[in-house]
Design a protein around this ligand. Structure first.
Ligand code: GDG
Length: 452
């Protein structure tokens, strides 16, 4: 079996990775073996090669990153230009030529380090928007290995992506990969449409592949999943203890998100406020518990969303709280995975209302954690990638705060039989298309291309 080489900006620095993409890749590599390369903590110096930081079921290496690169490549270009553009927030996009230069230089520099470490039949799997040009830099160094890419965030519309001055390089960057993996069919359609409109990429008749100059490449969707069985077990074992801690007088509504403007937190809190204004007669005292650990706190747009959320939550609580009831509990510190799993199981409703989201693992984790005999209700934004698979969820338009209020009211009064029906249809995909399925499906497709 070929060795798998995974590259992502973040990698686990210890043996217990927290959440999201990092946890997913850890599971995959633990099972399959291979090596994982990611960024070191920023330091004064970016000279030097890959440094091994761990070994075991798989080996971990880091590449050095200077403080200036962290600021310009990571906080700057990746998270202040690419992230907002890819999440339909051109208004928040900031662009600076020196940020792009640092982004490009980091990709060029680490391409050299990776090329030196590669063996001829290694399969390379690169993750996310931090490394869009990495395969093209590896190709410049005559690396001919199969190289796959997975984009964890949405692929933007042609209009949004055209706001990025460097978008004209995308056909070259993307075609250097053999397989572009996207989360949803909607992303695949957006990516193909964008590439078609550039006039530089041709759709080949055979196998739906695309061609840019001499390179052919494929684009497919691979919706990422979660380790549903492990979440279910964790939820069951921690449930009693967590339930005793989170005492509520009425139904528990839960939100779990990184504190990010793409997650729709302001509209969500406002929607809950509208629910209290219009639907709650006073006899039911729901608690909305929002876990929102701070993320990318050095970026201005993230400081702004934090302030807005503080104000909005304070205002809703101010209008509705009583001496013995605080409708919104807002926890900004990081909570352990097991406690989150138990909270999912304990909650009556989970609110997942991003304005744009590649997939949204919280939606799938919530379903995985439910008691099939008494499941909670998932309220899910139409703009989360997960909505393509999870038809049993209560759909909402996250911009429509009255719609969120109506969905909360419907979920609170939903009969047990309907909850079970909805749960069954969602659990079917969450348990079968889990994290192992995602990794294997992607890698099989990449290897098939290898054979083609
Ligand atoms: C990107 C894409 C895509 C949250 N708070 C805590 C905590 N979490 C965990 C959740 C979940 C993860 O973080 C968040 O995953 P998401 O999918 O919601 O979002 P992103 O971080 O934006 O991830 C996204 C994903 O990549 C994978 O492809 O779905 O669309 O944006 O696992 O449980 N975990 C812990 N403490 C917390 O306080 N331990």
């Amino acid at each position: 079996m070929s060795r798998l080489v995974v590259i992502s900006n973040r990698l686990p620095k210890d043996d217990a990775p927290a959440g999201g993409l990092v946890f997913a890749l850890h599971e995959l590599l633990s099972e399959r073996g291979g090596i994982w390369i990611g960024a070191d903590d920023p330091s004064d110096d970016n000279r030097g090669g890959l440094k091994q930081i761990g070994s075991g079921e798989y080996d971990r290496f880091v590449f050095p990153l200077s403080h200036a690169e962290h600021e310009k490549y990571y906080l700057g270009y990746a998270n202040s230009a690419l992230w907002p553009t890819f999440h339909s927030r051109r208004d928040l996009m900031r662009h600076r030529a020196d940020w792009f230069a640092a982004y490009y230089d980091v990709n060029s520099r680490i391409a050299t380090l990776i090329a030196e470490a590669l063996e001829s039949d290694d399969i390379v799997w690169i993750h996310d928007y931090h490394f869009l040009p990495l395969a093209s830099k590896l190709r410049d160094l005559k690396v001919s290995n199969k190289i796959g890419f997975f984009l964890h965030i949405p692929f933007p519309s042609t209009t949004d992506i055209s706001a990025l001055p460097e978008h004209t390089m995308l056909p070259e960057w993307l075609s250097a990969y053999d397989l572009l993996g996207l989360q949803t069919k909607r992303d695949v359609a957006a990516c193909r449409e964008y590439l078609r409109q550039t006039g530089e990429v041709e759709l080949l008749i055979s196998g739906g592949r695309l061609q840019w100059r001499h390179r052919t490449f494929a684009i497919n969707s691979f919706p990422i999943g979660v380790d549903a069985v492990a979440i279910s077990k964790a939820a069951q074992s921690a449930h009693a203890e967590v339930a005793a801690q989170v005492k509520t007088a009425g139904p528990l509504i839960l939100g779990v998100d990184r504190l990010d403007y793409s997650k729709g937190l302001i509209q969500r809190v406002e929607g809950f406020g509208r629910y209290l204004d219009f639907y709650n007669s006073g006899d039911l005292r729901p608690t909305y518990l929002q876990i929102a650990p701070v993320s990318r706190g050095d970026v201005t747009a993230y400081q702004d969303i934090r302030q807005q959320l503080d104000e909005m939550a304070g205002s809703v609580n101010g209008s509705h709280a009583d001496l013995d009831w605080t409708p919104i509990r807002y926890v900004r510190r990081n909570v352990s995975r097991d406690v989150i799993a138990a909270l999912y199981r304990h909650a009556d409703i989970c609110l997942v209302t991003p304005l744009a989201d590649g997939m949204n693992l919280v939606a799938k984790e919530f379903i995985a954690a439910q008691d099939p005999e008494d499941p909670g209700v998932l309220i899910l934004s139409q703009f989360a990638g997960a909505a393509e698979q999870m038809e049993g969820a209560l759909p909402v338009n996250p911009f429509d705060t009255d719609g969120i209020a109506a969905a909360i009211a419907k979920a609170i009064s939903m009969p047990l039989e309907e909850r079970k029906d909805r749960y069954r249809s969602q659990a079917q995909s969450v348990f079968s298309e889990d994290i192992a399925w995602w990794g294997q499906t992607y890698l099989h497709r990449l290897m098939d291309l290898h054979a083609a």
